[in-house]
Design a protein around this ligand. Sequence first.
Ligand code: 0L1
Ligand code: MG
Length: 262
Amino acid sequence: MKLDQATIKKLAEHLENCELNAKDTTKITDDHPEMDWDDAYAIQDEIKRRKIARGHKIAGLKAGLTSHAKMKQMGVETPCFGFMADYYALPDGGECKVSELIHPKVEPEIAFVLKKALKGPGCHIGSVLAATDFVLPGIEVIDSRYRDFKFDLKSVIADNTSAARFVIGGNPVYVGDVDLRTVGIVLEKNGEPVAFGAGAAVLGHPAAAIAMMANHLGARGEEIPAGTLILSGGVTEAVAVAAGDNVTLKIQGMGSTSLRFI
Ligand code: 0L1
Ligand code: MG
């Protein structure tokens, strides 16, 4: 690690305040070009610690930048991992308050819920499918705290991978009953299809994103506990939303979930 504890705490406080006050900032590597990957995850961990210390629970985990469309959109080449706090969770068909966010975008995702813990190294698609209870549609609302979504990968990891809000809904489906590579996904904004694809857009198989997360956490001595909800990453590039928009995600055989932006 290149940053000392005081700097990690200061940067975590700064980024979390940006989130809580819906204020943007320049990317933190501008002032700390020396920071490394461990520093980036240590800042994210400190943001998590701050939320838990204030009484929040962790509602789930997320993989980000897992499709080529997303990597190309953001100019990066590696997936990243983050967490979702309890207050990020919105009810299916419910409202998302744009005034609480900076410049929200939505991503169509496949959500996994585990029935068994997963611990890397050595996790693969088979271990993930064996550990999964069910999958269902999920819309992630991302909201980078960085001005104009301009960042590098270390800055975005520190910023908890732009996590902001999410909704899951539709029909929970047993993984043996669906081919997660060929399953069709349509994201509609105000009744018009704005992004569509198939599950294979996420690293060839969305379960590969969960395996990568388990191996990433395993390398840090952590596991993904049974019961964890995990967003496997945007199937398409992210779509900007504004107050007044209605967004619906439809996944073949899994029904739909939606949000209204107010
Ligand atoms: O969930 C995601 O794929 C977002 C990762 C962070 C990059 C971004 O803000 O687009
Ligand atoms: Mg996402």
